[in-house]
Design a protein around this ligand. Sequence first.
Ligand code: SF4
Length: 611
Amino acid sequence: MTIKGGYCQKILEMDLSKNNKHVINVSDNFAVKYVGGRGWGARIIWENLEHIKDPLSPSNIVVIAPGPLSGLYLPASGKTSFSSISPATGLYADSNMGGMFAVEIKQAGYDAIIIRGRAEKLSYLFIDDDCVEVRNAKKYKGLGCVETERQLKEDLGDETLRIATIGPAGENLVKFSCINSEWSRNAGRTGMGAIFGSKNLKAIVIRGTKDLPVFDLTRLVKLGEHAYKTLKSHRLFEFWQRQGLMTVVDYANAAGIMPTHNFKDTCFDDADKINGEVMETFYKIGDTACYACPMACGNVNLVKEGKYAGTVTEGPEYETACMFGSNVGINDFAAILKANYLCDEYGVDTISTGNLIAAVIEAYEKGIITLDELDGMALHWGDSDSIMELIRKIGEREGIGNVIAEGSYGLIKKWPAMKQLISQVKGLEQSSYDVRSAITMALAYGTSDIGGHHARAWTIAKELEVGADWTLDEKAAIVIYQQTVRPLFDMLGVCRLPWVELGFNESAYAEFYSAATGIETSLEELLKRSEAVYNITRAINIKLGATIEDDFPSWRCFNEPIKTGPLVGKKLDREEYTKILKLYYNKRGWDENGVPMLKTLDRLELTDIKI
Ligand code: SF4
């Protein structure tokens, strides 16, 4: 097995404490076995795990890795994974960013960048192909993400530089701060921004000029052309381009799964004021796309009048529209755009921020948090001015914002009664689907290796549509399949949305990989690699102290039935959930406590993983 393309086979390792750059040559075996992206990230984290003392200490590392397909002539091939140990959950973390950053890393000649240590002063890392420098970032201290990127490009005199940066929230170690690029492309989840902040790393600036290695260019171009043609001829292609993920608002609300008023309700009376149609009709002024993506799901929106007039933002997508719409009771789309803009500038994750603000509103409503503790802000649903102020306070770590900045676990520590109010798994605030009606989605969140996020598996629509007669065994199997195929896209360095939204055949990716690398493979083989990575991230979490309790969704799912809408009366049964969880463990080859068994690690060629 010899790699003939797709990989640069080089990792740039930067130790900020020592200001020391080192280039690691990557063996064929390592590259292929862990594929790339999150696969490489997980393996490298595992190898460094015993040295990592605290997520926000210099001992933590961040692995920034595109994949072997990133930057090639293939649809939506511009994704980068950021892997680390999360300050929010204390467990394995990764988050994925689109845009152009992945391509530039590859063109600079690297498959991945590892960041270690902590710079003495606020710095940015400048990578110009083989030239790598740590530079003073004092000038950019406190600047928002978008503004930092703009100023860096201006100062360096090159508009084509690719930049990933943090905002004030990352500098202030907000536990759900993110890394932002190109306005609104974020490694949003799990607190990657705080990890950059803890390393005094304001930004990474890259210029890459090298050609990408491809084994069989003729075959790859043919495959790419066919893929573009297939996507563009899909009956939903044009609708998707117009609305992107905003199409989900109407679906989720009609289905009765759209979190509303802090996940208490599942339908929002004013959903038709915050949906894709409203966006298209009154706000949308353009599209944006990640590298080589014909789907162009980024919506550029402008508020033309009212108190938020002049706000321009790329976004929202469904998650943001829900978390800053129905979940906090806002029915003004302009206010959602403003919240989206503020989150991007401060550099905080819109899902966690909206989720936690909603929990704080409910806690105030229930008398758990006092007016004094809220700095005198009498919060109520839909109060957009107070919600904007809370985003600012979180980003600046001011007053109540300083407590919210600690994330779910921080809020629960201060007000233990909030445990019943916050929708989170493993300390990661749950994204925008209510799971009380769909046990597969509850299991998907529960067993997600990074916590309450739908990136690993999104089974809810299928279960509601055709899952009434599925056995628990079938339900567990569906979650596992999704948790195997979805992360594969992150390993390959491509976006999963062509497959998710337009049904693009996942088998095509094995052909892409074969043409790019010269290593003939199959979807089955790639899925086996993805399964192996899921076992590595599981091993990391077990080593870090995760237990079976961390695989359960939050309190409300089991204890408060849905009050209104088409799924009224539904809630999860704890006994049934425990049963499906055990079935899931068994199917994965994990023991009854969820620990991967030796025979499983053996089958996946992971015998060196000792748990
Ligand atoms: S579908 Fe959207 S997120 Fe995915 S690559 Fe295309 S523009 Fe980026």
